[in-house]
Design a protein around this ligand. Sequence first.
Ligand code: AMP
Length: 289
Amino acid sequence: MKIIETVAEMRSERARMTSPVALVPTLGGLHAGHEALLHAARRRAGTVIASLFLNPTQFGENEDLDRYPADRERDLAVMRKAGVDAVFAPSNSEMYPPDDDFVVDPGAIGEILEGAHRPGHLRGVSTVVAKLFIATRPDLAYFGEKDAQQIEVVRRMARGLLFGIEIVPIPTVRDENGLALSSRHAYLSDDERVAAKVVYRSLCRARDAWEAGERDKTTLEDVIRAVIDTEPLATLDYAAVVDARTFGPISEPGQGASGPDLTALALVAARFGSTRLIDNIRLDRNVTF
Ligand code: AMP
């Protein structure tokens, strides 16, 4: 497994890689969710590049950049075991040259949900993913459905900026309690880890309501909120039900409320102490996305 730390070296290695080339971007702090992406990429691609870059521009000022639980040697070992061919692990100054303030603006989708609660986060994600795409020029790029809005932003960017890269979504990997795996679980106390089960439970209750015929966005969001409210250690950031394709209202004009095309995604963000967790499930079918 090659470890590449500069854009120049990445470019020269890329020229020799067997197609199709897949990219799996990560911040580090690898867990079985990341491994699922790496394995899916390994099955399909001729060459797998994983990136290891704790991108400062997607963290807010009072967020957890300084304590993010990434362990480089451990992360490299996980990547090696998953059959990664090359790790792109650039420094901040490789990715952000001096005086660089150029950004990629995701537009309206960058302002709602995660964008509203973490101002600048999705702009930071678009900007770094664009740079990773340009440095590595993959044919395929793998992203986890746990970050549903991030995938939608990246899809729109790949289409809008004519990257010509296929964005491959991978289902959310959960623990035995349904809790979506996250690097941030390292911050949870034992009590908080138990309490965090409420996130997936709240989404499942919304899906039960959907399956019982409920189609009203506000009522479905209230179901999620009510379940989260039963957990004293949880503080809700948002509960939202949106059209899974547009991130807009679930009943678009011209779409009957019971139409076969109706899609719905339920999303939740909640805090347990200082740890913020997000999750989502598709309401209209029994898959996560
Ligand atoms: P991160 O390092 O947190 O930026 O995550 C890197 C990639 O792994 C992103 O595409 C995430 O959506 C994905 N990912 C994170 N957690 C999970 C999970 N539990 N299941 C599947 N994919 C995940």
